[in-house]
Ligand binder design. Sequence first.
Ligand code: HEM
Length: 146
Amino acid sequence: MGSVYSYLMSWVYPGMTYDLTPDPVTGLSERDCHAIMDTWALVADRKSIKQNGVEFFLTYFKAYPSMQDLFPAFKGRPLDELRTSPALRAHATSVMYAIKSYVGTVDDAETLAGLVTKMATSHVPRGIKAENLEVRTEILKILVAP
Ligand code: HEM
């Protein structure tokens, strides 16, 4: 499958070939790292990163209302009201920039592990579990939204 992709990409971008060897720590190849960076760039340019962060949280809270309750500042507040809340905008922005730091170090396993460990350490006492991070569906909904 990987070689088919590389073959097709060599037609789209002649001369571009990525190393497909998985990193022993992250399991990500050079091609995977580029795919992650290029995909992230679609939602994280300076103009739209804040609004995309807000949209993400609104979609996330709609899908998992109990998660909204974990945030003292957002608990019980209607989503329509949160849409224009400076507190949500600030939180969404700090989360988006944290993710940006992970994407920026996706090819540096040691630094990436350090950053993710920092986030996990501050979230475990809040009762956040690994499964709460399984948010791919919500991210896809935002990416395909008009
Ligand atoms: C990649 C995933 C995530 C990133 C990068 C992230 C990042 C952050 C950052 C940067 C902060 C502010 C600094 C801090 O207090 O540690 C924060 C706070 C917080 N996060 Fe996350 N977070 C993530 C996932 C989650 C998830 C899945 C939940 C659960 C719903 C969650 C709940 C919270 C809560 C409750 C706070 C404290 C908010 C407050 O009271 O100010 N986070 N997060």
